[in-house]
Design a protein around this ligand. Structure first.
Ligand code: SAM
Length: 283
């Protein structure tokens, strides 16, 4: 219980990062109008404007930028989820730590038959709920749950799923804020909860230790200080992460490189995109 309260305190400091990623999706045509008022909060706008200016010389020199890996991860997760839904393997989605991501709103516009549950800490969940009300979504099929993904609230989300339909569980922009033990536990909970459904797909971004250059470590240290928790690179390489996913209970696990999707997705070879991998694991 003490460990859980400690994780929870750290988690609330991560929430403002959702304003930054939300600004990124919006600035690159991936946003949704219903989210704009929530993204208008000053801290997110200032952080985004400052970082855009700070990275301008790096971008000009062709160096890696935050935007490079953020867009790569978001687009690859979107594409893998779209394939799983279009093939009929997945009929419901649980997006953990969804923040102000527009993914659920956008996906349900294309696939209104899919049930979507967004989970985040209570204050972020309240902001997302306001946005969904603005978008007048069908609340029986698109809902927001305020819960800590490391706490017991996640079990209620999983037990509420439709046992006849395949599910995709997503984490984006969450794992690297937490130590390896928490990540392994979360993966085991997801694998266990999805095992008895017709199909269980897990999608996430992941940063491997082997792709972290010295400037990235300096940036990560700064971000770690800002969220007062540290940034973690859990696995040395793709085989290490794939075997951890299998040990957690997934029957198959693949780590996608953005460059492998360059033929059908934009932004996959932008500087910075090579720093991220996308996990696709099935139960
Ligand atoms: C970097 S943001 C990513 C948001 C969104 N997935 C995206 O990519 O735009 C991290 C999110 O994780 C949420 N978060 C952090 N710790 C959490 C926890 N223990 N349980 C649920 N959500 C958490 C934060 O509130 C925040 O919305």
């Amino acid at each position: 219980m003490r460990l859980h309260s400690w994780i929870r305190r750290g988690s609330t400091r991560i929430s403002p990062t959702a304003l930054y990623t939300g600004q990124t999706w919006q600035a690159h045509g991936l946003g949704h109008p219903a989210l704009a008022p929530e993204l208008g909060a000053l801290p997110g706008r200032v952080a985004y404007a400052v970082s855009e200016r700070a990275f301008a010389p790096v971008r000009w020199a062709g160096g890696p930028t935050l935007t490079g890996f953020l867009l790569a991860r978001h687009r690859v997760i979107d594409a893998l989820l779209e394939d799983a839904v279009a093939s009929g393997a997945v009929g419901q989605v649980v997006e953990l730590a969804a923040g102000l991501s527009p993914r659920g709103l956008r996906l349900r516009e294309r696939h209104p038959e899919v049930d979507y549950v967004e989970v985040d800490l209570p204050s972020m969940a309240a902001a997302k709920r306001r946005a969904l009300r603005r978008a007048a979504v069908d609340r029986d099929h698109h809902r927001v749950v305020g819960a800590d993904v490391f706490g017991p609230g996640l079990d209620d989300v999983f037990t509420s799923l439709d046992a006849r339909r395949g599910v995709a569980v997503l984490t984006e922009g969450l794992l690297n804020y937490f130590p390896t033990l928490d990540v392994r536990r979360l993966w085991s909970r997801i694998a266990t909860a999805t095992r008895d459904l017709p199909r269980g797909l897990y999608l996430s971004d992941l940063h491997l230790d082997e792709h972290v250059a010295t400037p990235d470590r300096v940036f990560a240290a700064g971000l770690g200080l800002a969220v007062r928790g540290g940034i973690h690179f859990h696995f040395p390489d793709a085989p290490g992460a794939e075997s951890a996913l299998q040990a957690a209970g997934f029957s198959s696990a693949t780590l996608h490189r953005p460059a492998d999707h360059a033929a059908h997705l934009p932004d996959m070879t932008a500087p910075g995109a090579e720093r991220v991998r996308v996990v696709e694991a099935w139960t």
